[in-house]
Ligand binder design. Structure first.
Ligand SMILES: Cc1ncc(COP(=O)(O)O)c(C=O)c1O
Length: 447
């Protein structure tokens, strides 16, 4: 792909070729897919994506936190080519391969906690979550699960029961896993208990102990508690610093398995390898996917070793641990480490958040700006006092930015999530901010 310093819009997107393609796609694709923008990708490199009409976009979404090391990193391309020249598939139910064991060893090393661990490899985030649920149920012989309102954990029948970001994902699905209880998350900008932090004394955690565990679910009937360290699909909601440690303390006190879903927060996105590390938290089970293999299908549940010492046949799959995918994942981990993308996420992400906060002082529409590393949430409101969600304005802003060559991602009722590839430079961040500012001003003028 040609080198660019700014987006290049040669025809207002979607251009004629993209429109034709989208028509074909519409005729055959499941209508359940939502699609963020009419972008038909043709080439990609680093932070740039070129569509089939020749427009080049600056990507502030990373395919929802997948291309953390940048699109089509040469090391990953090389690893895929090298491995596919030798061996493409061995069913992990039946036999062994070297890339698979190497990846599992690396995941044991990089994930939080120095204790002995075991790994189950799958193909997606939802599979990682399903594995975690099964591990918890198998060990405790219980099936009740505590999850959080606004949490996103996947869309298969088990993980869907945990997901509560929108009713559209849940409506009409029956016969899902039973026994999931949802409690409010520490969404302090819109506290569900109408309290103020820190005066609340973390009432949302106390509520779990005082109400849920005393009146609704006996703790010894629980299989696990599952939580995103920073809620993703709800709008990059960062909890207060004492929240995760308080949840862990509660789990330890009542002997509840603590599962951290780091499918979106993992692999340096937040400025640390895993978001749990911001708060010194070591989960019993951690679920991973998205950025793990830089876009190839890969997911993993990593747990304390003793939790994954279950009966042969208790859980398996066909394509998990595919050697080409594992080599891509190993190359991804190398790049994250060698290029110190945790540090770049913190540095450039910190700069982005500072600039967005400055913008929020001048623009009434920005109600809240929050984040860690390159996981930044911007929440739009019609009125700073009532905090009425400015959904129409958020959507219009995404559209205006897209027309100018910046890809943004929506979340929650009226938020944006900025999740650029972690290789983003300060200069590229400035280009994105300039377009974001222009789009914001246009929306303020028009709506
Ligand atoms: C935190 C979290 N868990 C699980 C999932 C499900 O992952 P997948 O779409 O790969 O099934 C997602 C996807 O966005 C996620 O953000």
């Amino acid at each position: 792909m040609e080198k660019v310093k700014r987006p290049k819009i040669v025809v207002t997107p979607p251009g004629p070729k993209a429109r034709k393609f989208i028509e074909r796609d519409r005729a055959v694709t499941s209508t359940s897919l939502t699609r963020t923008a009419p972008l038909v990708g043709a080439e990609e490199e680093g932070v740039w994506v070129k569509d089939i009409d020749g427009n080049v976009f600056l990507d502030f979404s990373s395919g929802i936190a997948v291309t953390n090391i940048g699109h089509r990193h040469p090391k990953v391309v090389e690893a895929i080519k090298r491995q596919s020249d030798k061996l493409i598939f061995v069913n992990s139910c039946d036999f062994y391969t070297l890339p698979q064991v190497e990846l599992m060893e690396r995941l044991c090393e990089v994930t939080p906690g120095k204790f002995k661990k075991r790994v189950f490899l799958g193909n997606s985030g939802t599979e990682a979550v399903e594995a975690a649920l099964k591990i918890a149920q198998w060990n405790t012989r219980n099936y009740y699960v505590l999850a959080f309102i606004g949490g996103f954990h996947g869309r298969t029948m088990g993980s869907l029961q945990l997901t509560t970001t929108s009713v559209a994902a849940r409506r009409h699905f029956k016969g899902m896993m039973q026994g999931v209880f949802h409690v409010p998350y520490a969404y302090c900008y819109r506290c569900p208990f109408k309290q103020e932090y820190p005066e609340c004394g973390l009432w949302c955690v106390e509520y779990i102990e005082e109400t849920m565990l005393k009146k609704v679910i006996p703790p010894d009937d629980l299989a696990c508690l599952i939580v995103e360290p920073i809620q993703g699909a709800e709008g990059y909601i960062v909890p207060p610093d004492d929240y995760l440690p308080a949840l862990v303390k509660l789990c330890k006190k009542h002997n509840i398995i603590f599962v951290a879903d780091e499918v979106q927060t993992g692999f340096c996105r937040t400025g640390k390898w895993f978001a749990c590390e911001h708060w010194g938290v070591e989960p019993d089970i951690i679920t991973l996917s998205k950025a793990l293999a830089a876009g190839l299908p890969c997911g993993a549940a990593v747990s304390r070793a003793e939790l994954m010492e279950w009966d042969p046949g208790a859980h398996e799959n066909t394509l998990g641990g595919n050697p080409v995918v594992c080599e891509a994942a190993l190359a991804t981990l190398d790049v994250l480490e060698k290029e110190r993308l945790d540090q770049n996420a913190e540095r450039v992400g910190g700069y982005l958040l500072k600039r967005i906060k400055e913008l929020s002082e001048k623009h009434e529409l920005i109600g809240d700006a929050r984040g860690k590393g390159m996981m930044i949430g911007i929440e739009f409101v019609e009125d700073q006092r009532t905090k009425k969600p400015a959904t129409k304005q958020r959507n219009a802003l995404m559209n205006e930015a897209f027309k100018r060559g910046l890809v943004l991602l929506g979340a929650g009722a009226s938020s944006l999530r900025l999740a650029p590839p972690l290789v983003l430079t300060k200069e590229q961040a400035d280009v994105g901010l300039e377009i974001f500012g222009e789009a914001l001003e246009k929306v303020e003028r028009d709506i």
